[in-house]
Design a protein around this ligand. Structure first.
Ligand code: NAP
Length: 253
């Protein structure tokens, strides 16, 4: 229970990695705000799962790419829990698309959610942390795609490099306020974001073989790292990133 009494906001927490992070932070004693853009049932199910384990959580509907929605997210958080100690920028989309079919609209949507969303939430959370003078943690779920390209992800990889870079710059700005800013770079984690892609057994097997630890990641593999970065044990880590990929990145030759 390393996070007892802390308030955590996790974006895109109705499913996948965000949900696993929300559940883990709640297990560690944090009060958790589950942000989600529209599916009330999935978000309510995540809140129920946390409460059934004796934890505390609420769900707030907010599209992170909208400044107005982000204002609502933090207004509800302050109304319910009075502050923010841990901000997890997790919300993200990655609709695979060929470069020659990539539209300006899709480019803007992916950047709006993945990168602008992290900007809006980090700005709002850090302002509260600064004003309340208790320090804090900002943790962004970037990607191995911040380090490598992706032929069907030309709109996505720049957002993940951008999120990682945002954490590096914010570490400088927010360090004097006791706020640490770090990124997690997941490799291939099996969630709804890639479930369709991995229905093809040949692709699944090819990717599995490229991972030295011999399996795709599970959202819980990321949640444990987020809990560590949120904890007191990570107090001297800022502007850093942790690659959580089962060894995929180093297996080049
Ligand atoms: P996922 O299962 O598709 O979950 C994405 C979550 O983001 C959902 O809860 C979704 O809500 C939410 N979301 C979508 N648009 C949003 C918006 N405008 N505002 C707020 N929330 C929004 O994907 P995931 O794999 O868990 O991905 C989570 C993060 O990990 C993403 O940033 C992704 O880029 C990153 N990542 C994933 C992998 C991987 O292999 N899975 C690898 C590297 C990085 P709805 O369910 O309501 O749509």
């Amino acid at each position: 229970m390393a996070l007892t009494g802390k308030v955590a906001v996790v974006t895109g927490a109705s499913r996948g990695i965000g949900r696993a992070i929300a559940m883990r932070l709640a297990d560690e004693g944090a009060m958790v705000v589950i942000d989600h853009p529209g599916d009330d049932d999935a978000a309510d199910a995540a809140v129920d799962a946390i409460r059934q384990q004796g934890g505390e959580a609420i769900a707030v509907k907010a599209d992170v790419s909208s400044a107005q929605d982000v204002d609502v997210l933090f207004a509800e958080t302050l109304k319910q829990y009075h502050t923010v100690d841990i901000m997890v920028n997790n919300a993200g989309i990655c609709p695979f698309v060929d470069w020659f079919d990539l539209t300006e609209e899709l480019w803007d949507r992916v950047h709006g959610i993945n990168l602008k969303g992290a900007f809006l939430c980090s700005r709002r959370a850090s302002t509260i942390m600064r004003d309340h003078q208790h320090g804090g943690r900002i943790i962004s779920v970037s990607s191995i795609s911040a380090l490598v390209g992706g032929g069907l992800q030309t709109h996505y990889t720049p957002t993940k490099a951008g999120v990682r870079s945002l954490m590096q710059s914010l570490a400088i700005v927010l360090g004097p306020y006791g706020i640490t800013c770090n990124s997690i770079l997941p490799g291939s984690i099996l969630t709804d974001i890639n479930r369709e892609h991995y229905r093809d057994q040949a692709i699944l097997e090819r990717d599995r073989k490229r991972i030295p630890l011999g399996r795709l990641g599970d959202p819980k593999d990321i949640a444990g790292v987020a809990a560590f970065l949120a904890s007191e044990d990570a107090r001297y880590i800022t502007g850093s990133d942790i690659l959580v990929d089962g060894g995929l990145f180093v297996n080049l030759q």
